[in-house]
Design a protein around this ligand. Sequence first.
Ligand SMILES: [Zn+2]
Length: 538
Amino acid sequence: MEHITSEWSNYLALRPWQLTSAAAALLVLFYNHGFWQAFAAATGGAAPANAMLYLGTFAMLALVFNAFLSVAAFRYVLKPVLIALFFVAAATSYVVDRHGAPVDASALGEAPPWTLALMGALPSLLVWAVTVRFPSVPRGALVNAGVALASLCAAGALLLALFQTLAPAVRDHREMRLLLTPANAVQAGRKYLRQAWARPPVVAPLGRDAVKGRLWAGHTRRTVTVVVVGETARAANFSLNGYTRDTNPLLARQAGLVNFSNVRSCGTATAVSVPCVFSGLPRGDYAKRKARSREGLLDVLGHAGLGVLWRDNNSGCKGVCDRVAYEDLSRPAAGDPLCDGGECYDERLLRGLPELIREATRDLVIVLHQKGSHGPAYWKRYPAGFGRFGPVCQSDKLAACSSAAIVAAYDNSIAYTDYFLNKAIDMLRASAREDGVDTALMYFSDHGESLGEENFYPHGAPYVFSPEKQRHVPFMVWLDDGFRDRFKVDRRCLEARRDQDFSHDNVFHSLLGMLNLKTVVYNSQLDLFHACMPARQS
Ligand SMILES: [Zn+2]
C-alpha cells in the first residue's frame, strides 16, 4: 500500500513552474471579472471575432503573473506566498466587482466570509495539499530565472502580435490596469507603504508679498469672487462655442458674461489639471511633486488678505486647498432632494451661498468644484427634469449604448452645468444688489472628454497623443457691474479677446490680475485681463 501511495504522490508531484503557471492562469481567469468586463467594453464587446484577442491577452497576463510568481518559487516560500495571494485576490476581486472601481488598502476588509472561503480558502487548500518537488536552492534559482525570462519573452511576443488591437483600448482605458487582480492589490499595498514612510513635503512659500493693488483704495464694498472648477466638460459641446444643440440656453442670455472659445487644459485628468491650474506652474513646468512642495494660488490669495473657501462635490481638491477652509458637499444626507443614489447634484454647491456671502466680513474667493459631466454615468449628473435631449444611455458600460444616446446624456449634463452656472451668477447678482458686494465668477473645466470619436472614450490619454476633445475646455468670466467698475475692466476689450488662444496657464495670473493683487509671482503676460484694464498702472 505504502508503495502505491508514494508512487501516486510521485506521479502527482508538481514542478514549481507547473504550480506557478496554474496559479497564474487561475488568478487571471477567475479573479478578474471586473477587468474582463471593462476589457470587453473597451474592445467592442465579447464577440467571436475577438476570440484571438481574448485568448492572447489571457495568455499574456498569465505569463506575466507567472514570471512574477517564479521569483518566489522556492521551498517554504512559494506556498505561503500563493495562499496569501489567493486571499488578497479574493477580497480584491470582490471589491472591484462590487464597486467597479479600483481598490485601496482600506477596502479589503469588505469581502464577506463566503467569498473568502470559496475563492481564498479553497484554492489555498489545493496549494497546501499538492506535492511540489523543489530542486536545490542554487539550481532552483537558475530554473526560476529561466522560467521568468521565458515567460516574459513569450508575453512580449504576444504583446507585439496584439499591439495594433490592444494599444488604443489600453490607451483610452488606463484605469483598467487598476482592475487587474491581484496586481492592483499589490500596487495599493506599495502605495500605502510609500505614503506611510514618506516624509511630509516641505511647502515652500509663494507670493507672501501679495497685497491689494491701488484699485482697492477708497472702496468699502467687499468683493466676492466665485471660481467654478468644472469636471469633464468639453468646449465642443457648449452652444456658446457653436455646438448645434442648445446646451447653453440660460448662459446665452446672461448679461456680463464673456465666453472664451479657445482654451486648452493643462492635463487630460483631474489629478493633473487641478493641481496644475492652482500651482501657477505653466504646463511645461508642471510636476506633481513640484506643485506639492510649494504654496499655490489659494495661498497667495490668503496672503493678500482674502478669505478662501473650497466647496467640493467631486473627489477632493488634490492638495490645492490644504491650507484653506474646505467643505465636502459630495456626501449624501438622507432625504436631501439634491442627492440621489449615493451622489449629489452640483446645485448643492450653491446651498447657503447667499447667507455665507452676507455674513462674511472679508473679501472672499469661493471655489466650487463640480462633479460636472463626469462619466461614464453621464445620466446621473443631472436631476430628473433636466433631460432635454434623449433617449439617453443609462448604463455604466458605454459599449452597451449607441453613440447618439451617450452624447445625449452627456449634453444633458452640460445643459445642467449651464443651469448651475446661471443660478450661481443670478445669486451673485442678487448679493451685489442686496448686500452691497462686488461679485464675479470664473468658470473653466479641468479637461474635456472623448465621446467615441476615433474610438476614444473618457479622458486621461497621455497629453501628447490626446485627442483635441480632451484638451479643449470651456472658460467663461462673468463680472457684475460694480466689480467691473471698481477694477476698470474694459468689457469690449475683453470680448474682443474671446477667440484668442488661452490655456490653464492663464488662470493663476488672470485671477490675480482681475482682483488687482500685487505680488512678484504675478506675470502680466499670462493675465488675460491685463490688456483690458488700461486704468491700472502696473
Ligand atoms: Zn476631471
